[in-house]
Design a protein around this ligand. Structure first.
Ligand SMILES: [Zn+2]
Length: 479
Protein backbone atom coordinates (compact mmCIF):
# COMPACT_ATOMS: atom_id res chain seq x y z
CA UNK A 1 0.00 0.00 0.00
CA UNK A 2 1.43 3.38 -1.03
CA UNK A 3 1.46 5.82 1.88
CA UNK A 4 2.55 9.45 2.17
CA UNK A 5 2.98 11.62 5.24
CA UNK A 6 0.50 14.46 4.98
CA UNK A 7 1.58 17.71 6.67
CA UNK A 8 -2.08 18.71 6.96
CA UNK A 9 -3.21 15.68 9.00
CA UNK A 10 0.24 14.93 10.53
CA UNK A 11 -0.24 11.29 9.58
CA UNK A 12 0.89 8.77 7.01
CA UNK A 13 -2.10 8.17 4.79
CA UNK A 14 -2.86 5.75 2.00
CA UNK A 15 -2.41 7.53 -1.33
CA UNK A 16 -5.68 7.56 -3.24
CA UNK A 17 -5.54 10.02 -6.14
CA UNK A 18 -8.65 11.58 -7.62
CA UNK A 19 -7.75 10.02 -10.97
CA UNK A 20 -4.90 7.47 -11.10
CA UNK A 21 -4.42 8.08 -14.82
CA UNK A 22 -3.56 11.70 -14.07
CA UNK A 23 -2.20 12.44 -10.60
CA UNK A 24 -2.26 16.22 -10.16
CA UNK A 25 0.87 17.60 -8.55
CA UNK A 26 1.86 21.20 -7.88
CA UNK A 27 5.38 22.16 -6.81
CA UNK A 28 6.34 25.64 -5.68
CA UNK A 29 9.07 26.59 -8.09
CA UNK A 30 11.92 29.08 -7.89
CA UNK A 31 11.80 32.84 -7.57
CA UNK A 32 14.19 33.74 -10.36
CA UNK A 33 16.18 36.60 -8.81
CA UNK A 34 19.33 34.55 -8.14
CA UNK A 35 20.80 31.07 -8.69
CA UNK A 36 18.97 28.30 -6.84
CA UNK A 37 20.90 27.24 -3.74
CA UNK A 38 21.35 23.62 -2.77
CA UNK A 39 18.55 23.86 -0.19
CA UNK A 40 16.14 24.79 -3.02
CA UNK A 41 17.56 22.03 -5.17
CA UNK A 42 16.83 19.49 -2.45
CA UNK A 43 13.12 20.21 -2.65
CA UNK A 44 13.14 20.05 -6.48
CA UNK A 45 14.93 16.69 -6.42
CA UNK A 46 12.32 15.49 -3.94
CA UNK A 47 9.54 16.58 -6.31
CA UNK A 48 11.31 14.62 -9.04
CA UNK A 49 11.61 11.52 -6.83
CA UNK A 50 7.89 11.69 -6.15
CA UNK A 51 7.12 12.04 -9.85
CA UNK A 52 9.43 9.22 -10.87
CA UNK A 53 8.18 6.83 -8.22
CA UNK A 54 4.54 7.45 -9.10
CA UNK A 55 5.44 6.69 -12.72
CA UNK A 56 7.25 3.53 -11.57
CA UNK A 57 3.96 2.55 -9.93
CA UNK A 58 2.16 3.15 -13.25
CA UNK A 59 0.29 6.30 -12.31
CA UNK A 60 -0.20 8.95 -14.97
CA UNK A 61 1.14 12.36 -13.95
CA UNK A 62 0.30 15.98 -14.51
CA UNK A 63 2.91 17.99 -12.67
CA UNK A 64 3.13 21.77 -12.61
CA UNK A 65 6.06 23.75 -11.28
CA UNK A 66 5.72 27.51 -11.47
CA UNK A 67 8.33 30.17 -12.04
CA UNK A 68 7.89 33.18 -9.76
CA UNK A 69 9.11 36.24 -11.64
CA UNK A 70 7.17 38.97 -9.87
CA UNK A 71 5.69 39.83 -6.49
CA UNK A 72 7.92 37.81 -4.13
CA UNK A 73 8.96 40.41 -1.58
CA UNK A 74 11.88 40.41 0.79
CA UNK A 75 10.20 39.48 4.07
CA UNK A 76 7.32 37.53 2.46
CA UNK A 77 8.37 34.56 4.53
CA UNK A 78 7.05 36.49 7.55
CA UNK A 79 3.30 36.85 7.77
CA UNK A 80 2.82 40.59 7.80
CA UNK A 81 6.01 42.16 6.53
CA UNK A 82 6.47 43.57 3.11
CA UNK A 83 9.80 44.64 1.71
CA UNK A 84 11.28 45.25 -1.67
CA UNK A 85 10.46 42.96 -4.61
CA UNK A 86 13.28 40.40 -4.80
CA UNK A 87 13.38 40.79 -8.60
CA UNK A 88 13.71 44.58 -8.47
CA UNK A 89 16.34 44.40 -5.76
CA UNK A 90 18.43 42.03 -7.89
CA UNK A 91 17.96 44.22 -10.98
CA UNK A 92 19.31 47.26 -9.11
CA UNK A 93 22.22 45.31 -7.74
CA UNK A 94 23.21 43.87 -11.12
CA UNK A 95 22.40 46.99 -13.14
CA UNK A 96 19.98 45.10 -15.42
CA UNK A 97 16.25 45.28 -16.09
CA UNK A 98 13.96 43.02 -14.04
CA UNK A 99 13.02 41.23 -17.26
CA UNK A 100 16.67 40.47 -17.98
CA UNK A 101 17.09 39.19 -14.43
CA UNK A 102 14.04 36.94 -14.84
CA UNK A 103 15.24 35.54 -18.18
CA UNK A 104 18.78 35.00 -16.99
CA UNK A 105 17.95 33.15 -13.77
CA UNK A 106 15.11 31.18 -15.36
CA UNK A 107 17.58 29.88 -17.90
CA UNK A 108 20.12 29.11 -15.17
CA UNK A 109 17.47 27.26 -13.17
CA UNK A 110 16.46 25.13 -16.16
CA UNK A 111 20.12 24.28 -16.75
CA UNK A 112 20.53 23.25 -13.11
CA UNK A 113 17.40 21.11 -13.31
CA UNK A 114 18.69 19.33 -16.35
CA UNK A 115 22.10 18.71 -14.81
CA UNK A 116 20.45 17.29 -11.71
CA UNK A 117 18.57 14.90 -14.03
CA UNK A 118 15.21 16.32 -12.93
CA UNK A 119 12.47 15.32 -15.36
CA UNK A 120 10.52 18.12 -16.97
CA UNK A 121 7.10 18.69 -15.44
CA UNK A 122 4.13 18.94 -17.81
CA UNK A 123 4.23 22.74 -17.54
CA UNK A 124 6.27 25.53 -15.97
CA UNK A 125 3.96 28.55 -16.01
CA UNK A 126 5.45 31.97 -15.31
CA UNK A 127 3.64 34.26 -12.90
CA UNK A 128 3.96 37.27 -15.23
CA UNK A 129 2.07 35.36 -17.94
CA UNK A 130 -0.90 34.45 -15.71
CA UNK A 131 -1.94 37.87 -14.42
CA UNK A 132 -5.52 37.66 -15.77
CA UNK A 133 -6.13 34.39 -13.92
CA UNK A 134 -4.80 36.03 -10.76
CA UNK A 135 -7.12 39.00 -11.11
CA UNK A 136 -10.08 36.63 -11.63
CA UNK A 137 -9.19 34.85 -8.40
CA UNK A 138 -8.97 38.14 -6.49
CA UNK A 139 -12.40 39.13 -7.85
CA UNK A 140 -13.89 35.82 -6.68
CA UNK A 141 -12.45 36.33 -3.20
CA UNK A 142 -13.92 39.85 -3.01
CA UNK A 143 -17.30 38.55 -4.18
CA UNK A 144 -17.22 35.70 -1.65
CA UNK A 145 -16.44 38.08 1.20
CA UNK A 146 -12.92 36.85 1.96
CA UNK A 147 -11.09 39.87 0.60
CA UNK A 148 -11.39 43.64 0.91
CA UNK A 149 -10.13 46.60 -1.08
CA UNK A 150 -8.15 49.22 0.76
CA UNK A 151 -6.41 52.17 -0.93
CA UNK A 152 -6.30 50.31 -4.24
CA UNK A 153 -4.71 47.22 -2.71
CA UNK A 154 -6.64 44.03 -2.00
CA UNK A 155 -6.08 42.00 1.18
CA UNK A 156 -7.26 38.60 2.33
CA UNK A 157 -9.12 38.87 5.64
CA UNK A 158 -7.77 35.88 7.56
CA UNK A 159 -10.49 36.12 10.23
CA UNK A 160 -13.05 35.18 7.54
CA UNK A 161 -11.40 31.84 6.77
CA UNK A 162 -12.01 29.51 9.69
CA UNK A 163 -9.38 26.93 8.69
CA UNK A 164 -6.55 29.50 8.66
CA UNK A 165 -3.64 28.00 10.59
CA UNK A 166 -4.61 24.32 10.18
CA UNK A 167 -1.68 23.39 7.96
CA UNK A 168 1.02 25.07 10.05
CA UNK A 169 -0.59 24.54 13.44
CA UNK A 170 -0.76 28.30 13.99
CA UNK A 171 -3.72 30.04 15.52
CA UNK A 172 -4.60 33.63 14.75
CA UNK A 173 -4.32 34.43 18.46
CA UNK A 174 -0.77 33.08 18.67
CA UNK A 175 0.24 34.81 15.48
CA UNK A 176 -1.06 38.16 16.73
CA UNK A 177 1.11 38.03 19.81
CA UNK A 178 4.11 36.68 17.85
CA UNK A 179 6.63 38.83 16.01
CA UNK A 180 4.56 38.87 12.81
CA UNK A 181 1.65 40.57 14.54
CA UNK A 182 3.59 43.52 15.87
CA UNK A 183 5.95 44.68 13.16
CA UNK A 184 5.20 46.82 10.13
CA UNK A 185 1.93 48.45 11.11
CA UNK A 186 0.14 48.88 7.82
CA UNK A 187 -2.86 51.21 8.19
CA UNK A 188 -4.50 49.73 5.06
CA UNK A 189 -4.96 46.32 6.71
CA UNK A 190 -7.82 45.34 9.03
CA UNK A 191 -5.52 42.83 10.75
CA UNK A 192 -1.78 43.06 10.44
CA UNK A 193 -1.73 39.33 9.53
CA UNK A 194 -3.95 39.86 6.48
CA UNK A 195 -1.89 39.24 3.38
CA UNK A 196 -1.86 41.12 0.08
CA UNK A 197 -3.59 39.65 -2.96
CA UNK A 198 -3.02 42.73 -5.08
CA UNK A 199 -0.62 45.56 -4.29
CA UNK A 200 -1.34 49.11 -5.46
CA UNK A 201 2.01 50.39 -6.70
CA UNK A 202 2.27 52.31 -9.97
CA UNK A 203 5.99 52.85 -9.21
CA UNK A 204 6.70 49.11 -9.40
CA UNK A 205 8.60 48.22 -12.59
CA UNK A 206 6.54 45.07 -13.22
CA UNK A 207 2.98 46.38 -13.02
CA UNK A 208 -0.40 45.71 -14.57
CA UNK A 209 -3.72 47.59 -14.75
CA UNK A 210 -6.43 46.01 -12.61
CA UNK A 211 -9.96 47.01 -11.50
CA UNK A 212 -8.45 48.17 -8.18
CA UNK A 213 -5.20 49.90 -9.14
CA UNK A 214 -2.11 49.68 -11.22
CA UNK A 215 0.14 47.23 -9.39
CA UNK A 216 1.17 43.61 -9.05
CA UNK A 217 -0.08 40.34 -7.52
CA UNK A 218 0.95 38.86 -4.16
CA UNK A 219 3.28 35.87 -4.16
CA UNK A 220 0.85 33.48 -2.43
CA UNK A 221 -1.89 34.33 -4.93
CA UNK A 222 0.27 33.32 -7.87
CA UNK A 223 0.48 29.67 -6.84
CA UNK A 224 -3.27 29.41 -6.13
CA UNK A 225 -4.08 30.88 -9.54
CA UNK A 226 -1.66 28.67 -11.47
CA UNK A 227 -2.68 25.48 -9.62
CA UNK A 228 -6.31 26.29 -10.35
CA UNK A 229 -5.72 27.02 -14.03
CA UNK A 230 -3.53 24.02 -14.84
CA UNK A 231 -4.80 21.37 -12.40
CA UNK A 232 -8.31 22.37 -11.34
CA UNK A 233 -9.96 23.28 -8.05
CA UNK A 234 -8.84 20.22 -6.08
CA UNK A 235 -5.42 18.68 -6.64
CA UNK A 236 -3.76 15.53 -5.29
CA UNK A 237 -0.34 16.60 -4.06
CA UNK A 238 1.29 19.93 -3.30
CA UNK A 239 4.97 20.00 -2.37
CA UNK A 240 7.48 22.57 -1.16
CA UNK A 241 10.20 23.11 1.39
CA UNK A 242 9.18 23.24 5.06
CA UNK A 243 9.81 26.99 5.09
CA UNK A 244 6.91 27.31 2.61
CA UNK A 245 4.35 25.91 5.09
CA UNK A 246 3.71 29.26 6.69
CA UNK A 247 2.64 31.73 5.52
CA UNK A 248 2.89 30.67 1.85
CA UNK A 249 0.99 27.37 1.77
CA UNK A 250 -1.36 28.37 4.58
CA UNK A 251 -2.33 31.37 2.47
CA UNK A 252 -2.68 29.30 -0.71
CA UNK A 253 -5.25 27.11 1.06
CA UNK A 254 -7.20 30.16 2.28
CA UNK A 255 -7.29 31.69 -1.22
CA UNK A 256 -8.12 28.54 -3.19
CA UNK A 257 -10.76 27.27 -0.79
CA UNK A 258 -12.18 30.76 -0.23
CA UNK A 259 -12.59 31.20 -4.00
CA UNK A 260 -13.80 27.71 -4.95
CA UNK A 261 -15.51 26.44 -1.79
CA UNK A 262 -13.78 23.07 -2.28
CA UNK A 263 -10.81 21.36 -0.64
CA UNK A 264 -7.62 22.57 -2.36
CA UNK A 265 -5.06 19.80 -1.76
CA UNK A 266 -5.42 16.17 -0.63
CA UNK A 267 -1.77 15.56 0.36
CA UNK A 268 0.70 18.22 1.45
CA UNK A 269 4.31 17.02 1.33
CA UNK A 270 7.26 19.06 2.60
CA UNK A 271 11.00 18.50 2.58
CA UNK A 272 12.96 19.37 5.71
CA UNK A 273 15.67 22.00 5.57
CA UNK A 274 19.27 21.57 4.57
CA UNK A 275 22.19 22.52 6.80
CA UNK A 276 25.76 23.15 5.69
CA UNK A 277 28.33 21.86 8.18
CA UNK A 278 25.52 21.81 10.75
CA UNK A 279 24.73 25.49 10.26
CA UNK A 280 21.98 27.30 8.46
CA UNK A 281 23.13 28.33 5.01
CA UNK A 282 23.68 32.07 4.61
CA UNK A 283 25.58 34.31 2.24
CA UNK A 284 27.22 36.21 5.10
CA UNK A 285 28.61 33.04 6.68
CA UNK A 286 30.15 32.04 3.36
CA UNK A 287 28.51 28.61 3.50
CA UNK A 288 26.07 29.37 0.70
CA UNK A 289 26.29 26.92 -2.20
CA UNK A 290 24.80 26.86 -5.67
CA UNK A 291 25.18 24.01 -8.14
CA UNK A 292 27.85 26.09 -9.88
CA UNK A 293 29.89 26.16 -6.66
CA UNK A 294 29.57 22.39 -6.35
CA UNK A 295 30.72 21.88 -9.94
CA UNK A 296 33.52 24.41 -9.37
CA UNK A 297 34.86 22.13 -6.67
CA UNK A 298 35.01 19.32 -9.21
CA UNK A 299 31.90 17.40 -8.17
CA UNK A 300 29.30 16.00 -10.49
CA UNK A 301 25.69 17.29 -10.15
CA UNK A 302 24.63 13.64 -9.95
CA UNK A 303 26.63 13.28 -6.75
CA UNK A 304 24.50 16.04 -5.25
CA UNK A 305 21.36 14.36 -6.53
CA UNK A 306 22.44 11.11 -4.92
CA UNK A 307 23.29 12.86 -1.65
CA UNK A 308 19.74 14.26 -1.54
CA UNK A 309 18.22 10.86 -2.29
CA UNK A 310 20.30 9.14 0.38
CA UNK A 311 18.61 11.04 3.22
CA UNK A 312 14.89 10.70 3.91
CA UNK A 313 13.10 13.80 2.68
CA UNK A 314 11.54 14.37 6.11
CA UNK A 315 14.85 14.48 7.96
CA UNK A 316 17.16 17.50 7.95
CA UNK A 317 20.14 16.94 5.70
CA UNK A 318 23.59 18.10 6.72
CA UNK A 319 25.63 18.95 3.66
CA UNK A 320 29.41 18.60 3.92
CA UNK A 321 32.04 18.10 1.25
CA UNK A 322 32.86 14.73 2.79
CA UNK A 323 29.22 13.63 2.37
CA UNK A 324 29.26 14.77 -1.21
CA UNK A 325 32.52 12.95 -1.87
CA UNK A 326 31.06 9.79 -0.33
CA UNK A 327 27.97 10.16 -2.51
CA UNK A 328 30.14 10.44 -5.60
CA UNK A 329 32.13 7.37 -4.61
CA UNK A 330 28.93 5.40 -4.12
CA UNK A 331 27.69 6.21 -7.61
CA UNK A 332 31.12 5.36 -9.03
CA UNK A 333 31.04 2.00 -7.32
CA UNK A 334 27.58 1.35 -8.69
CA UNK A 335 28.46 2.22 -12.27
CA UNK A 336 31.68 0.23 -12.06
CA UNK A 337 29.61 -2.69 -10.82
CA UNK A 338 27.21 -2.29 -13.75
CA UNK A 339 30.14 -2.38 -16.17
CA UNK A 340 31.62 -5.37 -14.38
CA UNK A 341 28.35 -7.23 -14.96
CA UNK A 342 28.83 -6.74 -18.68
CA UNK A 343 32.56 -7.34 -18.78
CA UNK A 344 33.25 -10.52 -16.81
CA UNK A 345 33.56 -13.79 -18.67
CA UNK A 346 30.65 -16.20 -18.57
CA UNK A 347 31.44 -19.13 -16.26
CA UNK A 348 28.07 -20.68 -17.17
CA UNK A 349 27.06 -21.66 -13.66
CA UNK A 350 23.49 -20.44 -13.30
CA UNK A 351 22.97 -19.41 -9.68
CA UNK A 352 19.42 -19.63 -8.41
CA UNK A 353 20.21 -17.65 -5.25
CA UNK A 354 20.97 -14.56 -7.40
CA UNK A 355 17.45 -14.75 -8.85
CA UNK A 356 16.02 -15.07 -5.36
CA UNK A 357 18.09 -12.10 -4.18
CA UNK A 358 16.84 -10.00 -7.11
CA UNK A 359 13.21 -10.80 -6.27
CA UNK A 360 13.78 -10.00 -2.61
CA UNK A 361 15.48 -6.69 -3.52
CA UNK A 362 12.66 -5.62 -5.83
CA UNK A 363 10.19 -6.32 -3.07
CA UNK A 364 12.19 -4.35 -0.50
CA UNK A 365 12.76 -1.47 -2.90
CA UNK A 366 9.05 -1.10 -3.48
CA UNK A 367 7.97 -1.73 0.11
CA UNK A 368 10.28 0.98 1.40
CA UNK A 369 9.38 3.55 -1.22
CA UNK A 370 5.70 2.75 -0.67
CA UNK A 371 6.30 3.73 2.94
CA UNK A 372 6.49 7.51 2.47
CA UNK A 373 9.41 7.28 0.04
CA UNK A 374 11.89 5.75 2.45
CA UNK A 375 14.82 5.95 0.06
CA UNK A 376 17.64 5.22 2.57
CA UNK A 377 16.15 1.77 3.22
CA UNK A 378 15.46 1.19 -0.47
CA UNK A 379 19.12 1.99 -1.20
CA UNK A 380 20.29 -0.35 1.56
CA UNK A 381 18.47 -3.19 -0.20
CA UNK A 382 20.21 -2.30 -3.48
CA UNK A 383 23.67 -2.31 -1.85
CA UNK A 384 22.90 -5.69 -0.38
CA UNK A 385 22.17 -7.04 -3.87
CA UNK A 386 25.37 -5.47 -5.24
CA UNK A 387 27.60 -7.10 -2.63
CA UNK A 388 25.80 -10.42 -3.03
CA UNK A 389 26.38 -10.49 -6.78
CA UNK A 390 29.93 -9.15 -6.47
CA UNK A 391 30.74 -12.06 -4.19
CA UNK A 392 29.12 -14.55 -6.57
CA UNK A 393 31.33 -13.16 -9.36
CA UNK A 394 34.45 -13.42 -7.19
CA UNK A 395 33.45 -17.01 -6.33
CA UNK A 396 32.75 -17.73 -10.01
CA UNK A 397 29.23 -18.88 -9.21
CA UNK A 398 27.13 -17.21 -11.89
CA UNK A 399 25.98 -17.29 -15.47
CA UNK A 400 25.59 -14.44 -17.95
CA UNK A 401 21.81 -14.81 -17.55
CA UNK A 402 22.19 -13.98 -13.83
CA UNK A 403 24.28 -10.91 -14.55
CA UNK A 404 22.03 -9.60 -17.32
CA UNK A 405 19.05 -9.84 -15.01
CA UNK A 406 20.94 -8.02 -12.23
CA UNK A 407 21.85 -5.27 -14.70
CA UNK A 408 18.25 -4.91 -15.89
CA UNK A 409 16.97 -4.75 -12.34
CA UNK A 410 19.38 -1.98 -11.34
CA UNK A 411 18.50 0.03 -14.42
CA UNK A 412 14.83 -0.40 -13.58
CA UNK A 413 15.53 1.05 -10.11
CA UNK A 414 17.41 3.86 -11.84
CA UNK A 415 14.16 5.02 -13.46
CA UNK A 416 13.52 6.33 -9.93
CA UNK A 417 17.09 7.11 -8.83
CA UNK A 418 18.27 8.82 -12.00
CA UNK A 419 22.01 8.51 -11.28
CA UNK A 420 23.26 5.35 -13.02
CA UNK A 421 23.03 6.12 -16.73
CA UNK A 422 26.58 6.51 -18.02
CA UNK A 423 28.81 5.98 -21.02
CA UNK A 424 30.40 2.60 -20.74
CA UNK A 425 33.96 2.71 -19.54
CA UNK A 426 36.38 1.74 -22.31
CA UNK A 427 39.52 0.04 -21.05
CA UNK A 428 41.89 0.57 -23.99
CA UNK A 429 45.04 -1.45 -24.77
CA UNK A 430 47.10 1.54 -23.61
CA UNK A 431 45.41 1.48 -20.21
CA UNK A 432 45.82 -2.28 -19.91
CA UNK A 433 49.51 -1.90 -20.67
CA UNK A 434 49.97 0.80 -18.03
CA UNK A 435 48.21 -1.40 -15.50
CA UNK A 436 50.55 -4.28 -16.39
CA UNK A 437 53.62 -2.03 -16.01
CA UNK A 438 52.45 -0.92 -12.60
CA UNK A 439 52.03 -4.55 -11.55
CA UNK A 440 55.56 -5.41 -12.69
CA UNK A 441 56.94 -2.38 -10.86
CA UNK A 442 55.20 -3.46 -7.68
CA UNK A 443 56.47 -7.00 -8.05
CA UNK A 444 59.99 -5.58 -8.47
CA UNK A 445 59.37 -3.45 -5.35
CA UNK A 446 59.87 -0.28 -7.44
CA UNK A 447 57.15 1.58 -5.57
CA UNK A 448 58.23 4.96 -6.92
CA UNK A 449 57.56 3.85 -10.50
CA UNK A 450 54.35 2.09 -9.43
CA UNK A 451 53.09 5.32 -7.87
CA UNK A 452 54.03 7.33 -10.96
CA UNK A 453 52.02 4.99 -13.16
CA UNK A 454 49.15 5.16 -10.70
CA UNK A 455 49.19 8.97 -11.01
CA UNK A 456 49.27 8.75 -14.81
CA UNK A 457 46.18 6.54 -14.71
CA UNK A 458 44.52 8.96 -12.34
CA UNK A 459 45.13 11.82 -14.77
CA UNK A 460 43.33 9.76 -17.39
CA UNK A 461 40.39 9.40 -14.99
CA UNK A 462 41.00 5.91 -13.61
CA UNK A 463 41.80 4.43 -10.24
CA UNK A 464 43.18 0.98 -9.55
CA UNK A 465 41.18 -1.35 -7.37
CA UNK A 466 43.00 -4.40 -6.02
CA UNK A 467 40.36 -7.12 -6.01
CA UNK A 468 40.51 -10.85 -5.32
CA UNK A 469 40.93 -11.54 -9.00
CA UNK A 470 43.85 -9.07 -9.33
CA UNK A 471 44.00 -5.32 -10.00
CA UNK A 472 41.14 -3.75 -11.95
CA UNK A 473 40.73 -0.31 -13.39
CA UNK A 474 37.82 1.77 -12.19
CA UNK A 475 36.59 5.00 -13.63
CA UNK A 476 37.17 7.71 -11.05
CA UNK A 477 34.81 10.52 -10.06
CA UNK A 478 34.13 12.02 -13.50
CA UNK A 479 31.39 10.42 -15.51
ZN1 LIG B 1 4.04 28.49 -4.13
Amino acid sequence: MLKFYNTLTKEKEEFKPLDPTQVKIYNCGPTVYDYAHIGNLRSYVFADLLRRYLKYKDFGIKQIMNITDVGHMVGDEDASKTGEDKMEKAAKKEGKTVWDIANFYTKAFLEDSKKMNIEEPEARPKATEEINEMMDLVQKLITNGFAYISNGSVYFDITKFKHYGELSGNTIENLKTGAGGRVNNNPDKKNQLDFALWVNNPEHVMKWKSPWSEGYPGWHLECSAMANKYLGETIDIHTGGEDNIFPHHESEIAQSEGANGKPFVKYWMHTRHLLVNNEKMSKSKGNFYTLRDIEGKGFSPKALRYLFLSAHYRTPLNFTEENLKAAENTINNMINFLDRLEDVEDVDKYNETIDEKINETEKKFEENLDDDLNMPEALAAIFDLVSFVNKAIDDKEYSTENLTKTHETLMKFDKVLGVLEHDKIEITEELKELLGQRESARNDKDFKLADEIRDQLKDKGFVIEDSLSGPRLKKSLKF
